[in-house]
Design a protein around this ligand. Structure first.
Ligand code: PLP
Ligand code: COI
Length: 341
């Protein structure tokens, strides 16, 4: 397979159209077979449900070239299941989970030339998504939907790469109690755009959202869950009904316990205890694990012992083990790796 001529080491986290995307349509109560298309544009009615009432959800996962040259993706079945949950909460028709995985595999296969080579630091980001395509003017669910999957080669989500970032405690809320924070609805991200732009204007890389009801507990950032390391080497990660159940976080909990012999606590985390942790990181498909060096709370700084130069030692071990599993040089738990070709 002839690879595209891209400067893989410096592509950044950007959208770059590739040759093929998967498109399936839902009409009269059923999904069609779906097909690969070379058309990157979507044409729809001006009153489509997605345009008027934001009826849309998405997923994100990655394909990797392993050390021995295979192309694989990581736990796509969990993305399929999470998208089904998102669809149910948004009154959208579920795209069958086995078909979701098939569509991901097909799309990656059709774009193999864009899968970054092993060791390049880049990966192929996969974006499955669904939206209401038929017109609605009264507030109600649409009758017709489109499910699509596109891929784009990407570099690190944060410019710093593996260097610790500085974030702030955010005064805006991302998700309400009993709302939609636990699903991957486009509307959650629209909610966070003002907050992230404001954070950037103030010189911060990300926002730490607190729980909307009491503003005492750590939730997540706009695009990743938190992990913390205690002085005695435990992994602690926030539990909340209003954060996205990150597949990376769930995988790291398993890796910490079963590969690294660490104790793991998945529980409510009070902001007051954050200063007592020694390492902090953001985890997600795009973020992988991005270390946090400092959290600023209205001028008060929490500086982690791991500092601003590199990842803390335990975060690094988690990072190396997880990416080792994804890149194929550490044996994966049963069912985690889907080989594409
Ligand atoms: N939290 C939010 C709000 C996200 O958008 C993401 C990204 O998908 C995550 C967490 C991390 O989830 P995952 O590890 O499944 O990519
Ligand atoms: C992902 O990690 O896949 C996400 O969807 C996060 C997004 C902010 C890029």
């Amino acid at each position: 397979m002839e690879k595209k001529e891209l400067d893989w080491g410096s592509i950044g986290f950007n959208y770059r159209p590739t040759d093929f995307r998967f498109v399936a349509n839902y009409k009269d109560g059923a999904w069609d077979e779906g097909t690969l298309s070379q058309d990157a544009n979507v044409v729809m009615n001006e009153c489509a449900g997605v345009l008027q009432y934001a009826q849309t959800c998405f997923e994100g996962l990655k394909a990797y070239t392993t050390e021995d040259g295979k192309v694989v993706c990581f736990r796509p079945d969990l993305n399929a299941a999470r998208m089904a949950d998102s669809c149910e909460r948004l009154e959208m028709p579920v795209y069958p989970e086995d078909k979701f995985v098939e569509a991901v595999v097909k799309t990656v296969k059709a774009n193999l030339a864009y899968v970054p080579p092993y060791g390049s630091g880049a990966t192929l980001y996969i974006r499955p998504y669904m939206f209401a395509s038929s017109p609605v003017i009264g507030v109600k669910a649409a009758d017709e939907y489109q499910f699509r999957v596109f891929v784009s080669p990407v570099g690190p989500y944060f410019q710093e790469g593996a260097k610790p970032i500085v974030i702030r405690v955010c005064d805006f809320d991302r998700a309400a109690p009993h709302g939609t924070g636990h699903i991957k609805a486009g509307l959650n991200y629209a909610m966070s755009l003002y907050a992230i732009s404001d954070a950037h204007r103030q010189g911060f890389e990300e926002n730490m959202y607190l729980d909307a009801a009491t503003r005492t507990k750590v939730e997540e950032t706009g695009g990743a869950n938190f992990i913390f390391i205690t002085k005695d080497g435990k992994l602690v990660t926030p539990k909340s009904d209003s954060i996205l159940p990150s597949i990376t976080r769930r995988s790291l909990m398993y890796v910490a316990e079963h590969y690294l012999g660490m104790e793991v606590e998945h529980r409510e985390v009070y902001f007051d205890e954050v200063k007592d942790f020694v390492e902090c990181g953001l985890c997600g498909t795009a973020a992988v694990i991005s270390p946090v060096g400092k959290i600023v709370d209205h001028g008060k700084e929490i500086c982690f012992a791991s500092g601003m130069e590199e990842m803390g030692p335990i975060t690094k071990k988690l990072y190396d083990t997880l990416t080792g599993i994804q890149m194929g040089h550490i044996e994966a738990p049963e069912g985690w790796i889907r080989v594409i070709d």
